[in-house]
Design a protein around this ligand. Structure first.
Ligand code: ATP
Ligand code: MG
Length: 328
C-alpha cells in the first residue's frame, strides 16, 4: 500500500459569482521516500489540492489516506496527531513565519504543542537548525534578520520537527532569488536522503519539478491531465497541454533549445465556467469536434503513464501541427 493515497478528491469554493470546482476528481499515490511533482498554471488547483489533503480546506468528495488512516473523515483530535506525519511548507517564507517570535520558538512550536519539555525542545531545535544548515545561535534571532533562502530553511526545520513522513512543498523556491533556489532544492534532496521523507512538490515551473521528481502529475483546471515518470514525460509528453508547458519551460540543455518558445495560446478559461468536453480544447491546437463534446477520461497508456486526451501524442505524434513540433 502507498504511504499516501488520494482518491477522487474534490474541492469546491463558493463565491458571489458562483461555484468553482478547484479540485475535480483527483487521484494519485505517493510512496515512501518518493518525490511526486505537481505542475500546472496558476489557478489550476495545486495549492487547494495540498491544503485539502492537509484538511486546511474542506473537500466535498473523495479521500486522502495517509499510512492507512483516512485523513478526510478523521475527528479533529485524531487529525491533530496525524498532522505530525504530514506537513506543508509554503511559497512565501516571509509571511509564514511569525515576526514576533524568535527562530527557536518558531521551529520548536510543533514540539511544544506535542508536549515536549523545554530542554528537549532546545536540543531538538539545535539539531534541526544544523540539519538545514543554520548555526545553533540562529535560535535566538528573529525572522527579519535572515535572507529569503534562510527563512525558507527555518520553515523547513519547523516542518521537520516531528519527523513527518510526507511534506507538501507548495512552491518552496518560487519566491527566492534564482541563485538561492538550487541551494534550497539541494537541501530538500539531502534531507530526503537522510530521513526518507516523501515530497509532494508543487510548482508552476516544470523545469524545477522535473529535476527533483520521480514522477509527475500535470493539472489543468482542477483535473489531472497527465501523470507518469518524470524523465519519460520530459522526453515525450503525451498530453498536448504538457507539451505546451514543456515548450514554455526554460531549459539549460542546448539540445532542447527548440522548446523555449511558449506554445500556450489564448487565456486560461474561467474556472467558474469551464468549457464542455475536454477542458483544454479552447487552447489545444489539436482539438477536434469530439474534444469539444466529450470529456476524455484519464486512462492508462504505456509504462504506467496516465493521460486524459482523446488523441494523445504517444499514440499519434504525427497529429501535432508543425508549430508544435519540438526540435530535439
Ligand atoms: N479561498 C478561495 N475562495 C474562492 N476561490 C478560491 C479560493 N482559493 C482559491 N480559489 C480558486 O480556486 C482555483 C484554484 O486555486 P489555487 O490557489 O489552488 O491554484 P494554484 O494552482 O495553487 O495557483 P498558483 O500557481 O497561483 O498558486 C482558482 O480558480 C482560485 O481562484
Ligand atoms: Mg498555489
Amino acid at each position: 500500500m502507498s504511504l499516501l493515497s488520494v482518491l477522487s478528491l474534490c474541492v469546491e469554493y463558493q463565491s458571489a459569482r458562483g461555484t468553482v470546482r478547484a479540485v475535480d476528481d483527483v487521484s494519485f499515490d505517493l510512496d515512501a521516500g518518493e518525490t511526486l511533482g505537481l505542475v500546472g498554471e496558476s489557478g489550476c488547483g495545486k495549492s487547494t489540492l495540498g491544503k485539502a489533503i492537509m484538511r486546511l480546506v474542506p473537500s466535498c468528495d473523495g479521500l486522502a489516506i495517509l499510512d492507512g488512516q483516512n485523513l478526510t473523515e478523521m475527528p479533529d483530535r485524531a487529525l491533530k496527531a496525524a498532522r505530525r506525519k504530514i506537513q506543508m511548507i509554503f511559497q512565501d517564507p516571509y509571511s509564514s513565519l511569525n515576526p514576533r517570535h524568535d527562530v527557536g520558538t518558531i521551529v520548536g512550536q510543533p514540539l511544544s504543542v506535542a508536549g515536549w519539555s523545554r530542554r528537549d525542545i532546545r536540543d531538538r531545535v539545535a539539531e534541526l537548525l544544523g540539519q538545514v544548515g543554520l548555526p545553533a545561535e540562529a535560535a535566538r534571532r528573529y525572522p527579519h534578520e535572515f535572507s529569503g533562502g534562510q527563512r525558507q530553511r527555518i520553515g523547513i526545520a519547523r516542518a521537520l520537527a516531528l519527523g513527518p513522513k510526507v511534506i507538501i512543498c507548495d512552491e518552496p523556491v518560487s519566491a527566492l532569488d534564482v541563485s538561492v533556489r538550487a541551494q534550497v532544492i539541494n537541501l530538500l534532496e539531502d534531507l530526503q536522503q537522510a530521513t526518507g521523507v516523501s515530497y509532494l512538490f508543487i510548482s508552476h515551473d516544470l523545469s524545477v519539478v522535473e529535476h527533483i521528481s520521480d514522477r509527475l502529475i500535470v493539472m489543468y483546471l482542477g483535473r489531472i491531465v497527465e501523470s507518469g515518470r518524470s524523465e519519460e514525460i520530459w522526453q515525450q509528453p503525451a498530453h498536448p497541454y504538457t507539451h505546451a508547458l514543456l515548450a514554455a519551460a526554460p531549459v539549460a540543455d542546448p539540445r532542447l533549445r527548440g522548446r523555449t518558445r511558449s506554445l500556450l495560446q489564448g487565456e486560461l478559461p474561467s474556472p467558474l465556467n469551464p468549457p464542455p468536453g475536454c477542458s483544454f480544447n479552447t487552447r489545444c491546437p489539436m482539438a477536434r469536434e469530439r474534444c469539444r463534446q466529450e470529456r476524455p477520461v484519464l486512462r492508462s497508456v504505456a509504462g504506467g503513464r496516465m493521460v486524459a486526451c482523446h488523441y494523445d501524442l504517444l499514440e499519434q505524434p504525427a497529429a501535432l501541427p508543425p508549430a508544435m513540433s519540438v526540435a530535439s
